[in-house]
Design a protein around this ligand. Structure first.
Ligand code: PEP
Ligand code: CO
Length: 453
C-alpha cells in the first residue's frame, strides 16, 4: 500500500496545504479571518471527558454490547432552533431508544445529528435557474437558501451564528436531561401525541409499561434507585465538512496530551470528502474524538484499508465508525467487500447502517423522496449480511424528525407521492416522520406490528 501524502506534522491547520473540497468561496478573506478568530475565542461546546466517554461507548458497541442510534435532520436550520423542535427531536430519539433497548436487550447510545449539523455538501458548486447562475446553498452555516445573489453569497458571520445556535441547542438539551426529562421512570414525558389511533402507539405503551414495571421491581428488590437508568445521555454529532469551523475549536488538552474537536462529540466525514489525500482526512486523523466515515459503492477495498490505517493507526477501540450507505439495490453486492476489507486490517470498527442516503429518488414532479420499504429493505439486508459474514451491525444512522412531516413515502399510513406536498418541510433530504421513525425502531427491536411479538 502506498501512502499518497507524507503524514508527519499534524496540527489543526495542517489540512490547509491539501485540497479541501466542498468549501465555500468567501468573497472577503479578511472578514472570514475575523469570524474564525472570534469563533476560536469562544468556549467549547463539549468537554474531553464527554468525548472520551462516547469513545468508550462506541467501543462497547464494537464488541456487540451496545447499539448506536444516530439520528436527526439532514440539515438543521437556524429557523428551527426552537424549544418545540428541540424537544420533539429529543423525544423521538428517547422513544426509539426505549423500544430498541427493550427489543435488543442492550444499552442504546443516542447520538443526535444536532447542535452543529448546519453545513451541507453539494453535488454542484453553482445552481442555475431560468438562466441565472448563483452559488449553491451550502447550509445555514455558509449562506442562505433563497435564490438571490445576496442570499447565496457566503457570509462569514454565519459561522458564529451557527456556533451560537449549536450552543443554545445543547444547552437546552442538557437542561432538559439534568431536570429529569429523560428519566426512564417517566417516559410519559416523551409522548409526542400519536395521531389518531395507531397500532404502534398501543405497542409502544405496552413496552413503556413493561419497562417501568421492571424498573420498579428491580428497585424494590435491591432497595436502591437504579442511577444509571435514570439519565439517558444524548451525544451530539455533525458532518465535519466546514474545516475552518472544525479547526477553530480544536484544542490541545495538556492533561490528555491530545487534540480534541470540541464543537461536537462525534464528527463524521461525509461521503464526498473521503479522499485519502484530501484535507478532511488530514484534519480528522489528528483529533482524538470518536469519528465516523460514510462509505458506499464508490469506496474500494484498498481505499478503505488505507483510510483505516490513516484514521486509526493504533487500532484504538471506539475510535472509528464506518457508516455504510449503499441503497437497497446495491447493499448485497457492495457491503461484503467492505466488511472483508476492514476485517483484514485487524483494526476494530463499528458498523452502522445509513439506509437513507442510498435510497433517495425523485417523484414525477421532481420532489426528492425516499420509500419506506427501501429503507427497511436496506436495513434488514445489512443486519443479515453482517450476521452471515460473522460481523455485526452495531448501529443505525437515520434522517428523521419528531414532527408529522410528509417527506418519505410508505410506512404504516401508506403515504403516497401525492401526500408529499401536504407537509414537506425539509430544505435538503427527506426525513422519516414520527411514526415512520418509530416503525423503524420497532423493526430493529424485532417487534413487527403484524406478528404481535
Ligand atoms: C448526509 O448525511 O446528510 C449526507 C450528505 O450523507 P452522505 O455524505 O452519505 O452523502
Ligand atoms: Co442528508
Amino acid at each position: 500500500m502506498t501512502r499518497p501524502v507524507a503524514r508527519t506534522d499534524w496540527h489543526p491547520a495542517s489540512w490547509q496545504s491539501l485540497t479541501a473540497t466542498q468549501q465555500a468561496n468567501y468573497p472577503d478573506a479578511q472578514a472570514l479571518d475575523r469570524a474564525v478568530a472570534d469563533l476560536a475565542r469562544l468556549p467549547p461546546l463539549v468537554t474531553s471527558w464527554e468525548v472520551d466517554a462516547l469513545r468508550d461507548l462506541v467501543a462497547k458497541a464494537q464488541r456487540g454490547e451496545a447499539f448506536v442510534l444516530q439520528g436527526g435532520d439532514c440539515a438543521e436550520s437556524f429557523y428551527d432552533c426552537t424549544s418545540e423542535s428541540i424537544v420533539a427531536k429529543l423525544k423521538i430519539l428517547l422513544q426509539m431508544s426505549l423500544v430498541m433497548l427493550y427489543g435488543l436487550k442492550k444499552p442504546v447510545v443516542r447520538i443526535g445529528r444536532m447542535a452543529g449539523q448546519y453545513a451541507k455538501p453539494r453535488s454542484a458548486d453553482m445552481e442555475t435557474r431560468e438562466g441565472v447562475t448563483l452559488p449553491s446553498f451550502r447550509g445555514d452555516l455558509v449562506n442562505r437558501n433563497p435564490f438571490t445573489a445576496d442570499d447565496r453569497l457566503p457570509d462569514p458571520q454565519l459561522i458564529l451564528r451557527g456556533y451560537e445556535r449549536a450552543a443554545l441547542t445543547l444547552n437546552f438539551v442538557r437542561s432538559l436531561i439534568d431536570g429529569g426529562f429523560a428519566d426512564l421512570h417517566h417516559p410519559e414525558n416523551w409522548d409526542l401525541g400519536w395521531v389518531g389511533h395507531s397500532r404502534m402507539a398501543d405497542r409502544y405503551h405496552d413496552i413503556v409499561n413493561s419497562i417501568s414495571g421492571s424498573l420498579d421491581f428491580l428497585e424494590s428488590i435491591t432497595g436502591r434507585p437504579l442511577h444509571h437508568t435514570q439519565r439517558a445521555d444524548i451525544y451530539a454529532s455533525h458532518e465535519g465538512l466546514h474545516l475552518l469551523y472544525e479547526q477553530s475549536q480544536t484544542r490541545y488538552l495538556k492533561h490528555r496530551q491530545r487534540w480534541y474537536n470540541l464543537t461536537t462529540h462525534f464528527p463524521w466525514i461525509g461521503m464526498r470528502t473521503t479522499a485519502l489525500d484530501g484535507a478532511h482526512v488530514e484534519y480528522f486523523r489528528g483529533i482524538a474524538n470518536p469519528i465516523g466515515v460514510k462509505v458506499g459503492g464508490s469506496m474500494t477495498a484498498e481505499s478503505l484499508q488505507e483510510l483505516i490505517g490513516v484514521l486509526n493507526p493504533n487500532n484504538q477501540p471506539g475510535r472509528l465508525t464506518l457508516i455504510h450507505r449503499f441503497g437497497a439495490a446495491a447493499v448485497e453486492e457492495g457491503l461484503p467487500v467492505l466488511i472483508r476489507a476492514a476485517r483484514a486490517t485487524g483494526s476494530p470498527v463499528l458498523w452502522v447502517c445509513d439506509p437513507m442516503h442510498g435510497n433517495t429518488e425523485s417523484t414525477a414532479d421532481g420532489t426528492k423522496t425516499r420509500r419506506f420499504d427501501k429503507i427497511v429493505a436496506e436495513l434488514e439486508a445489512a443486519f443479515r449480511i453482517h450476521r452471515e459474514m460473522g460481523s455485526h451491525l452495531g448501529g443505525v444512522h437515520l434522517e428523521l424528525t419528531g414532527e408529522n412531516v410528509t417527506e418519505c413515502t410508505g410506512g404504516a399510513r401508506g403515504l403516497s407521492d401525492g401526500d408529499l406536498a401536504r407537509a414537506y418541510k425539509s430544505s435538503v433530504d427527506p426525513r422519516l416522520n414520527y411514526e415512520q421513525a418509530m416503525e423503524i425502531a420497532m423493526r430493529i427491536a424485532g417487534l413487527h406490528l403484524d406478528n404481535g411479538r
